[in-house]
Write a protein that binds this ligand. Sequence first.
Ligand SMILES: Cc1cc2nc3c(=O)[nH]c(=O)nc-3n(C[C@H](O)[C@H](O)[C@H](O)COP(=O)(O)OP(=O)(O)OC[C@H]3O[C@@H](n4cnc5c(N)ncnc54)[C@H](O)[C@@H]3O)c2cc1C
Length: 805
Amino acid sequence: MKTHARVVVIGGGALGAGLLYFLTKEGWDDVVLVEKGELTSGSTWHAAGLVPHFIGGLSMAKLHHVGSELYKNLEQETGQATGWHGCGAIRLALNDDEVDWFHHVKGMLDYLDIECHLIGQEEIRQLHPLLIVDDVKMGFYTPTDGHTDPASSTHAMAVGARLGGAEIYRHTQVLDTRLLGSGEWEVVTDKGSIICEHVVNAGGSFAKQVGEWVGLDLPIVNMEHHYLVTENLPEVEALDHEPPVVRDPRASCYYRQEQQGILIGPYEKQGAQAWGLNGVDWSFDMELLSPALERLENSLQHAGERIPCWSDAGIKRVVNGPITHTPDGGFLLGPAAGLRNYWLCCGASIGITQGPGCGKYLAQWMVHGQTEINVRDMDPRRYGKWASGDYAVAKSIDEYQQMYQPYLPGEYREVGRPTRVTALYDDLKQKGAIYGDSFGWERPKFFAPKALNENYGFRRTNVFNIIGEECRAVRESVGIADLSSFAKYEVRGPDAQRLLERVCANRLPRRDGDVVLSQMLTRLGGIECEATVTRFTAEHYYLLSGAVAELHDFDWLVQHVIPGEDLAITNVTDDYGVLVLAGPKSRDVLSGLSDTDLTNEGGFTWLRAKEIKVAGIPVRALRISYVGELGWELHCKMDALSILHGAVISAGKAYNIRHFGTYALNALRMEKGYKAWGSELTTEISLVEADMRRFIREEGSYIGAAVVQRKKKDGVPLHLVYCQVEADDADPMGNEPVYDGDNIIGITTSGAYGHCVKKSLMFAYVSSGFQSAGTSFEVEILGKRRKAIVLAEPAWDPGNTRLKA
Ligand SMILES: Cc1cc2nc3c(=O)[nH]c(=O)nc-3n(C[C@H](O)[C@H](O)[C@H](O)COP(=O)(O)OP(=O)(O)OC[C@H]3O[C@@H](n4cnc5c(N)ncnc54)[C@H](O)[C@@H]3O)c2cc1C
């Protein structure tokens, strides 16, 4: 066994082997994998092997595609068969929401050039003669889907990795991982230690325990999952082709042919069981769990109605094994917060599908510092401490049970909530706040005048007019929002400025009290973070990021401190509450509560910050506005938030002050043409593609500068455009394909209806030649093509006169 390696991967399942394979493809050959049993002996060996393309997100669809492509072709490269069956797959839609969802996903797959068809009952019957589909509204057919033999495929990736120089140590248990003074890691095994630069936790069902060695509390929960295989069936034997895999939301089951029988895998909608919550015995290896068929009754009954020949079939094999789940059903891929060169590659609930893609993109991340896809929804730093313990268990169980139900736009399932609330939570609830959650924080989506059930969906819903009223209140008078969920950091010390100059692409605020928006870039120029930077003194900066970026951005800052630099970075998110006060009357409201001169003439201009008193409460008042109006963000100690809020509401009564939520916030920022981190601004592109050249500083060096300057000079093939759309009952929401005639030329990133400008609006990335103002093309929303025109300027207040009023 080697004593030194560049990378040690802990765990030889589909994810660990996938990563090892792709690390060698990225050119790192000094890489080893350590497995306590045989390869695949955790969850991988007994999986059903399905590899679907149908998935809700664009990046995830790209990642899934890596799996099917690799399994199809790996035998040629390695000589090791993978057991790939390219039989295709059909997902069934049983209601209108699912039909909308299918249209949305089809748009995404069309953009990625992954073959898919929306088909009717007759075509479904032709492809799968054993199905009863009278209740089916639509089928989503992906002919390039299939299933693979998980063990053979994992071994094939291992063979490929070995051919690329990797080494694999089987029957070697990792006992500990220790950070050495040198910054390297010591991976302690029962056969000796390996010192390495990077360590990867791909421990599957054991990943949580492996993470505990370094102080991580990963939100991973093992769920019991069954499938059953029938004896040979004459109806299957009579088929002249292998029918596609089927996913059936009614039974919450998948079905596929297995030899001459049928394999059925139910995700029970009730009574699903978590397993190993107090830890998994390290000796668990090549084992299954005891079947609990009584839990599956409901699903299996529906399955029998879907495939009648299955009802009387004899069952030849029952498999019940552990699957890792996380609160949102996604895996953990990327750096572990607070630990240098400690990576996570675990938590996958469909890991056979995702192993190769996880491997490919994590390898890119480790080797180049950036992936070619937007990994925001995969990054482990999307979870904070709030996501562990009971929350993780409750959410993971729910996620498992809802596996085959669509997560509709606007839907934030109640399970496990609330975890993080501000001092105003109850008060605003009384006032009609309907909450959603982000990074654990409860945030009002909108305020319902009276008890109202929001009809979630892909089209405009029954809260459309309420959003309009909230938007108009902000634009016409004054609105208030509790946005205490903003991530907030103090950066203090003699070297604070040096750090920020190194990570920020924009120039830093020059004077005390100046506020600047800046992106932070990877060394390949991709947009990694976006922060509002306020300078209180040259040695004291106050940074704000979006709620979901709290741990991510904090980690980015901390990881970029050079040893010896004299500064402290503190996450003060929980310490400060934030009220956003916005609208033409906001100054009138505030001036009744403060002695500070709030006028432009008095020096409180746009992009200035002051520590002032409001209703006697010390407040950091920042004159910035994401909604594009005169306004202030009022940051006060969290325990003073209630009093501050009460005072502002009292003073605002004369101006009909109105609460607004995140739906209105999104609509208002779209009217102003403000881009959002994670949708428009991602690591996939730089500030040049994002049309944000004015945020690129010319002087001094910073991370990513060389790439950005080169792109500025040479030009880029992709451009962010801001458009108005001829929509009617559904607005763009992101991930819709953009067409010029029959050619796809781009993809939307986000959108909303602008209630005050009375226009449906969207951002999209389009190819060169389509970015000029006035250019028109079409965007496909839920299966219908809509005309879109590139706008030259924001739909609202293009001259910033209201903002600067
Ligand atoms: C019944 C069933 C059916 C499934 N069907 C499908 C399907 O059709 N399609 C699909 O995509 N997914 C399916 N899955 C899910 C899939 O099996 C898992 O998501 C996948 O196997 C996870 O792979 P992994 O590499 O993360 O974990 P594992 O395969 O569990 O690998 C982790 C490895 O790490 C090793 N390890 C842990 N700790 C240590 C240590 N300290 N030292 C050394 N080694 C260590 C373990 O021994 C293990 O081999 C199914 C799961 C089940 C239970």
